[in-house]
Design a protein around this ligand. Structure first.
Ligand code: DX5
Ligand code: ZN
Length: 215
């Protein structure tokens, strides 16, 4: 089976015990940061001071998922903070191609996020430029929601597009991921699984991460 990367989403961590929580997910491959502005999605999460603290406390690569109406404004601040991956929702910037170049110019991996209702085919022209595609498998805004099963077919479609073009673009799946659906997501074509509630609701976070890897 395809090797999978696990991105632990801090959205569900106990922020009162941030240091211990980040240490407990040290076996993940990435730390996923959900930036929400209260406009693009109703929820409001965290900004640069907290990301700076997270950077200080964890050596894992930081995977920023921008759920904001003005993602371009975050490119320089997040690059300066040492963020490694930057994904924005396609409809939040008129000039996706240009924004992808700006993200890469700042040394970050560039990704586009698609909501559940947006087809993979919308990426046909930009796909060769992308390091990763983030497929939302819940409607963005909150952790703890139920996985939307039709996303499995979308993962397969995107995997076919990537193979047809001989690309190495990674497929990241975000929302409602758990040990019961992880194997299906990987066989459909996913490379990176994001999880907040499944990892952090389990008192043994490392065991939950192993569970997502199928171990
Ligand atoms: C939702 C966020 C997700 C969220 C996943 O808008 O983008 O990253 O943290 O949470 P779970 O794994 O609980 O569905
Ligand atoms: Zn996310």
């Amino acid at each position: 089976m395809r090797e999978v990367q696990i991105a632990a989403s801090v959205l569900s961590c106990d922020f009162g015990n941030l240091q211990q929580e980040l240490a407990a997910v040290g076996s993940a491959d990435l730390l996923h940061l959900d930036l929400m502005d209260g406009h693009y999605v109703p929820n409001l999460t965290f900004g640069q001071p907290l990301i700076a603290k997270i950077r200080e406390l964890s050596a894992l690569p930081l995977d920023a998922h921008l759920m904001v109406t003005n993602p371009a404004a975050y490119v320089d601040p997040l690059a300066d903070l040492g963020v490694g991956w930057f994904s924005f929702h396609q409809e939040c910037d008129y000039h996706s191609h240009q924004l992808v170049q700006r993200i890469k110019d700042r040394g970050m991996k560039a990704g586009i996020a698609l909501n559940p209702a947006v087809p993979a085919s919308t990426l046909e022209c930009i796909l060769p430029e992308l390091d990763h595609v983030l497929l939302m498998s819940v409607n963005p805004g909150f952790s703890g929601q139920k996985f939307i099963p039709s996303i499995l077919r979308k993962i397969e479609t995107l995997r076919e597009m990537i193979e047809r073009k001989h690309l190495s673009t990674l497929i990241e799946v975000d929302g409602g991921v758990n040990a019961d659906n992880a194997a299906d997501l990987i066989s459909a074509g996913a490379n990176t699984l994001v999880s907040a509630s499944y990892i952090f609701a389990n008192t043994d976070h490392a065991a939950a991460i192993r569970g997502l890897r199928g171990l």
